[in-house]
Ligand binder design. Structure first.
Ligand code: AMP
Length: 539
């Protein structure tokens, strides 16, 4: 017997329709390319997204067709999230920081028919244009007066599309399992692979993300996604904010600490989201300026491990809680969130803080397993490391066009490529990427733990621990350090500082000081490059 409840499909268009009807005047603030501030609201965004959908329809873009964006965090990009997916097409958000060959590859692989991009990214588009024959239309996110000149491409202005479209488009009733958006993994090895989300997975992920033990979002929040909208669905914020009627504050491509601080402060941001390097940069800037952010209540830190120093200074100086989360493009992205359970909340302050430095626990809808070396389940002792597996309603079941073959095991678990521990409170802690683990004399050393310890030194800006070949132990850790500007630090000083913080055999065999780290397009340290560089350092 079926229940007698209404059955409405979970569609992305319903989010913006809800926001327009119930939070129509709630602001969406953007910093544009020229640095000026633009203000709009959800009612206007919904109307313009419908016009975009009409414009796509009238140009023959149908359900399932891919439309790519190469764009920063602004209201126009948010409109694309709704206009494209709401119409039934698939929004393919492309990371402009990838190598040009990778950008061309993923656009070709996705067979994008339209490429919508920010004007300052024209040089990339012109460079790759000969390799992306699938793209029929090049649309610049600006009005006619802001159009850049191109001798090679026929460009169209986004605002002409919007102005020229009727207002009478109604959102179609789609299958909630239909594909809605596409993100490629950064692919540090091999070609990037496409993760294809559905309306349904996106909606239930956003419902979970906004819960109190997730981002704890409400209509009272002003939210700043510093993490790019093109990375893993913008960590759900383009969906979760309209869902609850939170104000959005979008920094565009102005990612320097001064510009970010100004927006955080003048727009009264209460919740901001970014990778640890962004927080480190902002905290350094604010301490130099003697500035604080009294409205900032919560900061979501994810992408790489939350350094204890960031957790501490957010709390001590700004009174803000750092919420540590773990996820991947393949998990929409939320896998775990480090909010306290009742048990953890009553731990003594120091233990509580240490517990909340872990990557956290699963929300309803995700399951995780840490496995041992025999493939069984690792004990929940917070010590035994093993590969982390995940499954759930917003976890990928495979990659676009079957790339990489069958990825799930027989029970539907997805191998994350991360190594983790889990503990009796249910908290998971990432100790490494599988390929970054340092295997010394058959035992594993967590590069992340070594890095976090090093990052707690006041003169250290960035730290990376990588394995180097060792004739006796196979591998030993080498620590690569970027000191803070104007600071002098010696190998001996740092090793002495680390000695009480870790087991003796975890202590790095050498320390290398560099002025810059090689970074990936998503702001992570490119460990593979460092490993290659320092592999023979101890031989
Ligand atoms: P991406 O698909 O680009 O989002 O990368 C996902 C990977 O980033 C994960 O598999 C982890 O290796 C890493 N990652 C994400 N969040 C964290 C975190 N909080 N701590 C450590 N590593 C993380």
């Amino acid at each position: 017997m079926h229940g007698l409840m209404q059955d409405h499909p979970l569609l992305i268009s319903t989010l913006i329709r809800h926001a327009a009807e119930n939070h129509g005047r709630r602001e969406v603030v953007s910093r544009l390319g020229d640095g000026s501030i633009h203000r709009t609201d959800y009612a206007t965004i919904e109307q313009r997204a419908r016009r975009l959908a009409r414009a796509l329809e009238s140009r023959g873009i149908r359900s399932g067709d891919r439309v790519a964006t190469l764009a920063w965090n602004t209201y126009r990009h948010v409109e694309c999230f709704y206009g494209v997916s709401g119409h039934g097409a698939v929004l393919h958000t492309v990371n402009p920081r990838l190598f040009h060959e990778q950008i061309a590859y993923i656009i070709r692989h996705a067979e994008d028919r339209v490429l919508v991009f920010d004007a300052d990214l024209l040089p990339i588009v012109e460079t790759i244009a000969p390799e992306i024959g699938c793209v029929e239309r090049f649309v610049v996110l600006c009005d006619r007066s802001g159009m850049p000149q191109s001798e090679r491409l026929k460009l169209e202005a986004y605002e002409d599309w919007i102005d020229g479209a009727d207002d009478d488009y109604t959102w179609p009733n789609l299958d909630e399992r239909a594909a809605s958006s596409l993100c490629y993994t950064s692919g540090t090895t091999g070609n990037p692979k496409g993760v294809l989300y559905s309306h349904r997975s996106t909606l239930i992920h956003a419902l979970s993300a906004s819960q109190a033990d997730g981002f704890s979002l409400s209509g009272l929040d002003a939210v700043m996604p510093i993490a790019p909208l093109f990375h893993a669905n913008g960590w759900s914020l383009p969906y979760a904010c309209p869902m609850v009627g939170a104000k959005m504050v979008l920094p565009g491509h102005h990612m320097d600490a001064g510009s970010l601080f100004e927006l955080l402060s003048t727009e009264g941001v209460s919740f901001a989201v970014g990778v640890p390097t962004i927080w480190t940069m902002l905290l350094t800037y604010m301490s130099e300026q003697g500035a604080t952010l009294p409205n900032l209540g919560r900061c979501l830190v994810a992408g790489t491990a939350l350094p204890p120093a960031v957790q501490k200074s957010l709390k001590d100086v700004h009174g803000a809680i750092a919420i540590h989360a773990w996820g991947m493009t393949e998990t929409s992205p939320i896998g775990t969130v480090g909010t306290p359970t009742a048990e953890v909340d009553t731990l003594p302050e120091v233990e509580r803080a240490v517990q909340l430095l872990k990557q956290g626990r699963v929300p309803y809808g995700v399951e995780i397993q840490v496995r041992d070396s025999q493939g069984g389940i690792a004990p929940r002792d917070g010590e035994t490391f093993g590969p982390l597996w995940v499954r759930g309603s917003w976890v990928a079941s495979g990659y676009f066009k079957g790339e990489g073959g069958a990825v799930l095991d027989a029970d539907g678990w997805f191998p994350t490529g991360d190594v983790a521990t889990w503990d009796r409170y249910g908290y998971m802690k990432i100790t490494d990427r599988t390929k970054d683990v340092i295997k010394s004399g058959g035992e594993w050393i967590s590069s992340i733990d070594v890095e976090n310890a090093a990052m707690s030194h006041p003169k250290v800006a960035l730290a990376a621990a990588v394995s180097a070949f060792h004739p006796k132990w196979d591998e030993r850790p080498v620590l690569v350090i970027v000191p803070k500007a104007g600071q002098q630090l010696t190998r001996e000083e740092l090793l002495e500082f680390l000695t009480p913080l870790m087991a003796k055999w975890w202590l790095p065999d050498d320390v290398v000081f560099v002025s810059e780290m090689p970074m990936t397009a998503t702001g992570k340290i490119l460990k593979a490059k460092l490993r290659e560089q320092y592999w023979h350092r101890l031989a």
